[in-house]
Design a protein around this ligand. Structure first.
Ligand code: SAM
Length: 234
């Protein structure tokens, strides 16, 4: 079967995701907490947030629980991931502040209605053949001028010694948290086969070409990087 966002994030993956992600993804909880702090700094009052690749609701929970005056649109093509998010949010009293949209950001109405956005752990699934650029442009078109974006993506220069060493260190990280060698090798082979890694300079250029400025890296764990940016006032 072709490995796409739809097949990769099926019901079994969705059910296991919240338990697995903090073990498989380096700095997972810290990265979400940092994203929340960056947005909080930029958006002190009420705000409408666009959460792209909302998955099982990690961002929605992290951002929503400590910012009672924010409302959210959570976008994801996987109905199975969104079903887990819906259930989690029904239990924590946030449901009325969250709208879910099954699809991709390009399917949303094109108007600069959002005050901020996150796209955590999504863009590395896209090839750099115009797909990453189109994704970032679609986000920019839905943000008001000056709105913050927090982007987290796997990245890096392939081939390079630094990249190979980061992947080897990432494997040790997963082993140290109790994953089996077999699962570690299987997951890493899948990432290296399916994800498109580009160097940091390319990520910065893509953001700027899409209409963002003030691009700053705030996070790195092996080949997982995080950048904050602002929708340029044009
Ligand atoms: C690794 S998970 C990350 C989920 C969440 N952001 C987190 O930090 O835990 C990737 C998510 O991106 C979603 N996804 C894949 N392609 C996407 C796209 N083009 N637009 C939005 N979401 C996408 C998948 O369905 C999946 O739920």
């Amino acid at each position: 079967m072709e490995d796409t966002a739809q097949t990769r994030y099926d019901a079994a993956t969705a059910a296991a995701y919240d338990g697995r992600a903090p073990v498989t993804i380096p700095g997972y909880d810290v990265m979400h907490r940092l994203a929340c702090s960056i947005l909080r700094q930029a958006l002190p009052g009420s705000a409408r947030l666009l959460v792209i690749g909302a998955g099982t609701g990690k961002e929605l929970r992290t951002l929503g629980e400590s910012n009672g005056e924010w409302s959210f649109t959570g976008v994801d093509p996987s109905g199975e991931m969104l079903a887990v998010a819906r259930e989690a949010l029904a239990g924590n009293g946030m449901a009325e502040r969250v709208q879910f949209f099954q699809g991709v950001v390009q399917d949303l109405p094109e108007s600069p209605g959002f005050d901020g956005a996150t796209a955590l752990l999504v863009m590395h699934f896209m090839p750099d053949d115009g797909t990453k650029a189109d994704f970032l442009r679609a986000i920019a078109r839905r943000l008001r001028p000056g709105a913050p974006l927090v982007l987290v993506s796997q990245y890096g220069q392939r081939p390079s010694r630094a990249f190979d060493e980061a992947i080897a260190a990432w494997k040790h990280y997963q082993l140290s948290l109790g994953m089996t060698q077999e699962k570690v090798e299987e997951g890493m082979a899948r990432r290296l086969r399916n994800n498109t890694y580009v160097p940091e300079a390319r990520i910065q250029a893509l953001l700027e070409e899409a209409g963002f400025d003030n691009v700053e890296r705030f996070f790195q764990a092996f080949v997982v990087g995080g950048w904050s940016a602002r929708r340029a006032a044009r």
